[in-house]
Design a protein. Structure first.
Lengths: 250, 485
């Protein structure tokens, strides 16, 4: 059974149709990349998947891991295993990163009928995952995303993902604002999470991220629809030709 | 019955034997008839077997109060209070409360549930049973008392202190908040029923947090509470008032007075969690809390620190203040005030700098949700002689939803050119981005709001004693339930 099945999805934002009939199937363990120009609806797709308010589905369906996703609230989707790595991670002043992450872990455990995680076990888990991402104890103590550099924010997103172990990772322009070294660290972090039971949807403008995170399939999203699907070589082709064909066509 | 005979005689004395108010036949009554005149005050004083000087003090206050007008400068609205429609004395333990938990507002019970309060304690808080029927408070209090006595610390009800330590009470009562200070404080002077008294001897560091939770609940202190804390030279005390569980009270009007006195090198830390019944969604039945709290840093290098978390009451009118008289003395005010639904809070502080090199810090966090109004009102006054005085004020307001209000009214008066006064203020809203970020990590909307608001209040929460802080954090979340979405 596919992990994610999107059929004929139409989405409006403030009365304007942004997604105009998306079909997408992701099997467990697959990594799909969605590429496309600005304004093509890439971020909209990520928000619809994670259940953000203000994104109105006017037609179509999304099935995730046996659930009718559109019937679920944002927090229910998260505990069911959908993770969105934000393009712009949000600052939460005064909220300690550890407290935040612990609440997220416990929300998941609660949904699974388990008790709260032991404080020591949690600390150990986070430290182990943080190490590979070059996240120091000092960073963990800070308030969520407050005073973080662009690279630190993105690494922190990957830390959340590593600790929460979702079934579907949606990476929304995770490469934006990263220098080459940071890109490497983040990509390594993502690759470490590749697993036959875990799928990924990588949204990006640029091919360079896909050098590090190799996709099984590449889709071109333009003007609200998937215009073309291919293997990883499609990304290289786009890098050379740009999106001009897709923007002008139809 | 000697005591009763005594009181009859006292009443006879003070009323010239005329019994014209008809109280005497009722001297054994458990409750004073509604209404307020001099005979009410004589009745209270007689019931409490008070010395003559205290009765005179009360009467003087009452006469002054009659000439005063209710203040109307605060940004709060409420129907006129009929001061003749109140019982000013009710014997301890007599409760007109509900007969069982079945009669208690289910929302209140749901809150107890969330705070994890045991059933027996719920009954006590909801006023179903008296505290001494609940836990073994006698043994707790006894253990407590013995340890304090060893150090010479006095911690008792103010009525008890009037009899056992009259010289201390006489010297300090009304010395920080003068009788005619303001309308509600003056009324309190006339009719106060009970409250706490604390005296920490020279050089003694109080070994535990003194909590009203154990003391006050042992008696029905009523709506006109009076607290006096004196820290002698070089002593330290941390005092906790209130409790996080919402307390029901049949008395709608509360007008308490708290006076703190810190002598040379003494420090008083006073923490409050106020969570009185705020009323229903429209504020109906909620408590009016008009309280006067003031601390005098009389001694050199003394320090008084107020920390408050205000989440309850329909109306809060409260300005815990510091008079920084001693050179190098320090005043602090850390406040979180949350208003939801129809609640109104007008709260802040006054820092009066009189001594040299006096310092004060004000951190105020106001949170409004629903249709609530939240006002910070503060005064920083630097007198001519307060050479080198410094103040730092930070007022942050957080709005949840678009029907609530936040107001900041800071007054700064500086008469000394060497003083340094800083004021920072911000107003923000919980953003949709922040909420969604939390939801996308699996947190519920209520968890998200609680987390964000607690983050906003962090600088204040860290000033609370540990055990209080954990409960207060939970309370903040609960106070704001249903405020989003």
């Amino acid at each position: 059974m596919a992990l994610l099945e999107i059929e004929g999805l139409h989405v409006e934002v403030e009365g304007k149709e942004i997604l105009k009939g998306i079909d997408l199937v992701i099997e467990p363990g697959e990594v799909h990349a969605i590429m496309g120009p600005n304004g093509s609806g890439k971020s909209t797709l990520s928000y619809v998947l994670s259940g953000r308010e203000g994104y109105e589905v006017t037609a179509g369906s999304i099935r995730f891991d046996g659930h009718d996703l559109l019937e679920m609230e944002a927090d229910e989707r998260a505990v069911a295993g959908i993770f969105l790595a934000f393009q712009y991670p949000v600052e939460l002043p005064g909220v300690s990163g550890m407290t935040f992450l612990k609440e997220a872990v416990n929300a998941r455990r609660k949904a699974a009928g388990e008790g709260d995680i032991d404080a020591m076990a949690f600390l150990k888990l986070v430290r182990a995952k943080a190490k590979g991402l070059g996240i120091t104890d000092e960073m963990l103590k800070r308030a969520v995303n407050v005073g973080f550099s662009g690279g630190e924010k993105k690494r922190n997103e990957i830390l959340h993902m590593a600790v929460l172990e979702p079934k579907l990772c949606v990476l929304d322009e995770t490469d934006s604002g990263l220098d080459i070294d940071a890109l490497k660290v983040v990509s390594d972090g993502v690759n470490a999470l590749r697993d036959p039971a875990r799928s990924m949807l990588v949204i990006t403008h640029y091919q360079r991220l896909l050098n590090h995170i190799e996709p099984d399939k590449v889709h071109v999203l333009a003007r609200g629809r998937i215009r073309r699907t291919g293997g990883k070589e499609l990304a290289l082709e786009l890098e050379q030709k740009g999106y001009a064909d897709f923007v002008e066509a139809a | 019955m000697a005591a009763t005979a005594d009181t009859v005689r006292q009443v006879e004395d003070v009323t010239g034997g005329a019994y014209k108010y008809g109280f005497v036949t009722d001297i054994d009554a458990e409750i004073a008839p509604k209404g307020l005149d001099e005979s009410t005050i004589r009745f209270i004083s007689a019931k409490k077997e008070e010395p003559e000087w205290l009765l005179e003090w009360r009467l003087k206050a009452f006469r002054q109060w009659q000439r005063m007008a209710e203040p109307n400068w605060a940004k709060v609205n409420y129907p006129p209070i009929d001061f003749q429609d109140i019982h000013y004395y009710a014997a301890p333990k007599k409760k007109d409360g509900p007969k069982s938990l079945d009669e208690v507002d289910p929302e209140l019970l749901a809150t107890y549930e969330k705070l994890g309060i045991p059933l027996k304690e719920q009954e006590m808080l909801a006023g179903v049973v008296a505290v001494d029927a609940v836990f073994d408070s006698v043994s707790v209090a006894t253990t407590y008392k013995k340890e304090l006595e060893k150090k010479g610390i006095v911690f008792c009800s103010i009525s008890e202190a009037v009899h056992k330590h009259p010289e201390l009470v006489k010297r300090y009562l009304g010395s920080v908040v003068p009788v005619a200070d303001n309308y509600f404080a003056c009324l309190n002077c006339a009719v106060f029923t009970d409250g706490s008294f604390v005296y920490i001897p020279k050089g003694v560091r109080c070994p535990m947090e003194l909590s009203t939770y154990f003391r006050i609940n042992a008696e029905n202190t009523g709506q006109f509470e009076r607290t006096l804390i004196v820290a002698d030279e070089g002593s330290y005390v941390s005092y906790l008032e209130g409790c996080t569980a919402p307390q029901r009270d049949e008395n709608q009007l509360h007008a308490a007075v708290v006076e703190l006195v810190a002598l040379d090198d003494a420090e008083i830390k006073y923490s409050t969690v106020q969570n009185w019944y705020p009323g229903d969604e429209n504020g109906k039945g909620g408590i009016y809390n008009f309280v006067t709290k003031r601390g005098a840093c009389r001694g050199k290098r003394s320090k008084i620190s107020w920390t408050q978390v205000e989440t309850g009451s329909a109306i809060t009118w409260k300005y815990p203040s510091c008079i920084l008289q001693g050179d190098d003395s320090v005043g602090e005010f850390y406040s979180v005030a949350i208003t939801n639904n129809a609640q109104q809070a007008d709260t802040g502080t006054k820092m009066i700098h009189l001594g040299r090199n006096t310092r004060s810090t004000i951190i105020s966090k106001g949170i409004s949700a629903g249709r609530a109004d939240n006002t910070y009102r503060g005064l920083v006054r630097i007198s001519k002689k307060a050479e080198g005085a410094r103040n730092y004020t930070q007022c942050d307001s957080l709005l949840i939803g678009d029907k609530c209000g936040a107001h900041t009214v800071p007054y700064i008066e500086s008469r000394n050119p060497s003083a340094r006064v800083e004021h920072e203020a911000t107003t923000s809203k919980i953003s949709e981005d922040q909420l969604f970020y939390c939801l996308a990590r699996g947190l519920s909307e209520e968890q998200a709001v609680s987390l964000i608001v607690n983050g906003f209040c962090k600088e204040v929460m860290k000033e609370l004693p540990m055990e209080f802080a954990v409960e207060a954090q939970k309370l903040i979340g609960i106070s704001l339930e249903g405020s989003v979405g």
